[in-house]
Design a protein around this ligand. Structure first.
Ligand SMILES: Nc1ncnc2c1ncn2[C@@H]1O[C@H](COP(=O)(O)OP(=O)(O)OP(=O)(O)O)[C@@H](O)[C@H]1O
Length: 805
């Protein structure tokens, strides 16, 4: 602060620009020059406000249209702020010159007798400095209560400083300075504020319990700049002339009193909630996108696994079929071979029989040959006997002849008898010789015949034996082949068993139980977007997996065709299957492509059945989770149809589904106007009549979605004006019910409040409906830090709310 008699050089000391000559620069420029030289404009921030206090009114020297700026004192910290004043971020020294020049031009100056350029106002330059303290020293960081533990490393603490450079208006006696008229008024105010400053300094210096801060605006503005935790420097300027003895002495006394003040300097370090909020928001966005990416990755991995499983099942089946065919072929071959072997064995047996027969024949022939030989020998011995007999007969004849001769006389006929006998004997010899020859010939022929027969039989036997050996060899190799094939088949069966086992291991007991449930058609009505526990999510995903299998087997077009069935039960089952399929991102595109969305909307329009309404709304809610489907649903009149169902039914489960679908559509700012025109918002709010907690939770979610997206669009400058939600009368409802429901519903209502409050055009309605009280309550009592900060941000940034704080 520069204090002193008019014309003694306060402005010269403090406010000279010295643009071209640095040696002429005053404290304001030098201070900013110093600060800029040690700050990093990337991580730190320097901003200025330039004000003047003129006739007890605070005016912005950088935006002169802003007058009567209120002075706000934080009752807890004692910190002073001027919320209406412009705070301009400084880029460089050139920027500083520009701003100070603007300020100088706007400063009220009037000629006085004593100083042709006398300043008739107190000029206050406030330099706001914000510096990241992390780089400085993390270990010395002291954070506000509780937050240190909560955010630890991720918290961005900042050192905040405020430098005030005050060029006080000149202190002078009215008579001496020659002030008159309006100037007397000015001088009165100047003296009043300076007197009040002097009183405060006296009181602080004397440790008085009462410090008359509130006596003037000057002391209110400077409240946190002297006698407290700030460092204060006072420059007193005097005129060395004896004429000014009295002013000089009072100025020096003032300075002397000021020197008695003891300050306790404290570093102000705070959490930068705004950048923390942005950081957390960025992290949440990052985590959300990461989660979505992971989910997509998981889905595609799951799909790949499922495809591989299907492929391995198919190849297993192929393998089974091929091996069954092979085994069948082998068995047929084996059977044929066995038949061939049997036939060959029978042939062999026959040949053996023939062989035996031949052997018997040979034996027989040999026996008969022996017999013939015997007979021949017998014949020969008979011939010998006959010869012996003949010899004895001849002896007898000769005896007889001798007797005859002896008795020649006795009879001539005896001679005749002898000759006959002789002839008989010759004939017998001849016959005998012929017979013997014939028998010998016959024997030799038979022997030759048998010999050749035996030879051919032996050849045949040798042939058969070699043939048998060949067959045996073939049989042996076939048996080996069969055994090999059997081993191969066993291997395949083991592989099948192993795959089945691994399949069984991959399926949890729960999912096995579910297969039964899904096939029997029970449990399909649950719409996944509202699943509550992790277990039920697993349960559902397993259930959906099974439904997907059914869907693959049956085919989507067939399932969709069933939506048009005459039979209501069939329709219900079909819509349940479609609702469950729609819960999976990967199915949604196919469902929409195949006309599933049209079929569902037509069902919603034409059916009178409550179950169909409930499940169809659930299916649409699932499709409405996906941004690309939301526009389609709206363009096909989905919001209007959902609104019709909402007005017609009182069934809480149906209302829950309809509210869920509309809440999802609320999250797309491009559809807001159409949603309102189609009666979607009215229907959403109208469902509150059900009084059912889960329906109300969806309504609150929808409002929070809507308000958040709308606030984003408005902050980006794409739209202006009052909220569409407020036009539908949502504020009264929110004010009446903000603290009436479950924590999650309350949180959604609070969020909706905070987002609506960010828009200045909503301020009037928020104030008129009493929503401002609710907003203040949220800023203080909300259970969540981010919601509290959002409410505070709205309260601080929205001009209309300032006077309520
Ligand atoms: N140290 C100095 N060297 C040269 N000129 C000076 C010096 N101090 C002040 N002056 C000149 O004296 C005149 C009055 O100074 P200045 O306007 O700074 O006084 P002031 O105390 O601010 O007056 P007021 O209270 O009326 O605004 C100016 O013309 C200024 O240039």
């Amino acid at each position: 602060m520069a204090y002193g008699q008019t014309g003694t050089g306060k402005t010269y000391t403090v406010g000279r620009l010295g643009k071209d000559d640095p040696s002429e620069r005053g404290i304001m420029v030098r201070a900013l020059e110093d600060i800029l030289s040690v700050m990093s404009l990337e991580t730190d921030g320097v901003a200025i406000s330039f004000l003047q206090l003129y006739l007890e009114s605070v005016q912005d020297l950088l935006a002169p249209e802003k007058t009567n700026i209120p002075i706000v004192e934080d009752p807890k910290t004692g910190e002073v702020s001027l919320p209406g004043a412009a705070i301009v971020e400084i880029r460089d020294l050139e920027h500083v010159f520009q701003l100070l020049q603007i300020g100088e031009m706007n400063r009220h100056a009037a000629n006085t007798k004593m100083n042709t350029e006398s300043s008739r106002s107190h000029a206050i330059l406030i330099i706001h400095i914000q510096r990241s303290s992390r780089a400085k020293d993390e270990s010395t960081t002291s954070l506000p209560n509780g937050t240190g533990d909560l955010f630890s490393d991720s918290l961005p603490p900042v050192l905040k400083s405020k430098l005030l450079i005050v060029d006080l208006a000149g202190s002078e006696r009215i008579d001496k300075s020659g002030s008159e008229g309006h100037m007397i008024e000015e001088a009165k105010f100047i003296n009043l504020s300076l007197t009040s400053l002097g009183k405060c300094i006296n009181a602080i210096a004397e440790n008085s319990p009462h410090i008359p801060i509130r006596d003037s605006k000057l002391t209110r503005i400077l409240r946190d700049s002297f006698g407290g935790t700030a460092r204060t420097s006072l420059i007193v300027t005097i005129g060395p002339s004896a004429r000014h003895f009295s002013e000089t002495s009072s100025t020096i006394m003032f300075g002397q009193r000021a020197m008695k003040i003891v300050n306790t300097i404290r570093i102000k370090e705070e959490v930068d909630y705004e950048s923390l909020y942005k950081k957390v928001e960025r992290e949440v966005d990052h985590l959300t996108s990461e989660m979505e990416r992971q989910q997509k990755l998981k889905n595609s991995e799951k799909m790949q696994l499922e495809r591989k499983l299907r492929e391995s099942e198919a190849s297993l089946n192929d393998l089974k079929v091929t091996s069954a065919v092979k085994i069948e072929n082998i068995e047929m071959e084996k059977h044929q071979l066995e038949c061939t072997v049997k036939t060959l064995m029978m042939d062999l047996e026959k040949e053996k029989g023939k062989n035996n027969l031949l052997s018997e024949q040979i034996i027989y022939l040999e026996t008969s040959l022996g017999e013939n030989k015997q007979k021949q020998l017998e014949n020969i011995s008979n011939t010998n006997i006959l010869a012996d007999k003949t010899k004895s007969d001849e002896k007898k004849i000769r005896e007889l002849l001798r007797q005859l001769e002896d008795e020649r006389s006795r009879s001539a006929s005896m001679n005749d008898q002898l000759s006959v006998l002789q002839e008989l004997s010759d004939a017998q010899s001849y016959v005998q010789a012929n017979m013997t020859c014939e028998l010998e010939k016959q024997l030799s022929r038979t022997t030759e015949e048998f010999t050749s027969q035996i030879c051919s039989l032996e050849e045949k036997i040798a042939e058969l034996i070699s043939e048998k050996e060949l067959v045996y060899e073939e049989l042996k190799s076939t048996q080996e082949k069969v055994q090999q094939e059997m081993r191969h088949r066993q291997g395949l069966e083991d592989e099948i068993l192993r795959l089945k086992q691994s399949l069984a291991d991959n399926c949890s007991e729960e999912s096995k139980a579910l297969c039964g449930m899904v096939r029997s058609g029970s449990g399909l009505g649950h719409v996944p977007f509202m699943s509550k526990s992790g277990k039920s999510r697993e349960f559902l995903s397993s259930q959906r997996g099974n439904i997907s299998k059914i869907f693959e087997e049956v085919g989507l077009p067939n399932v969709l065709a069933l939506l048009k069935s005459e039979e209501i039960e069939v329709q219900i089952h079909a819509v349940k299957v479609v609702a469950n399929l729609a819960a999976e991102d990967i199915n949604q595109e196919k469902i929409v492509e195949e006309g599933g969305l049209d079929a569902l909307l037509s069902l919603l329009e034409t059916s009178e059945n409550t179950t169909i309404h409930r499940v169809t709304a659930g299916a649409i809610a699932n499709l409405a989770m996906n941004g690309s489907n939301q526009g389609l649903i709206m363009n096909k009149g989905g919001a209007r149809l959902l609104a019709n169902v909402a007005f017609k039914t009182d069934d809480p489960q149906t209302l829950r589904m309809v509210a869920g679908a509309l809440a999802n559509l609320c999250g797309n700012e491009k559809l807001h106007v159409m949603l309102k025109q189609d009666g979607g918002i009215k229907a959403l709010l109208g469902m509150f009549r059900s009084g059912h907690n889960e329906v109300i939770a969806q309504i609150a979610r929808g409002m929070a979605n809507f308000a958040k997206c709308e606030s984003r669009v408005i902050s980006q400058g794409h739209r202006k004006g009052r909220s569409l939600l407020i036009e539908e009368g949502v504020l009264n409802w929110m004010v009446a019910n903000s603290s009436a429901f479950s924590a999650s519903t309350r949180r959604h209502i609070e969020l909706a409040f905070c987002h609506l409050a960010q828009n200045e055009d909503n301020a009037r309605d928020i104030i008129l409906t009493g929503g401002i009280k609710e907003l203040i309550r949220i800023s203080r009592e909300s259970s969540r830090d981010d919601t509290r900060n959002l409410a505070k941000k709205a309260l601080n940034s929205n001009q209309a709310f300032l006077e309520f704080q």
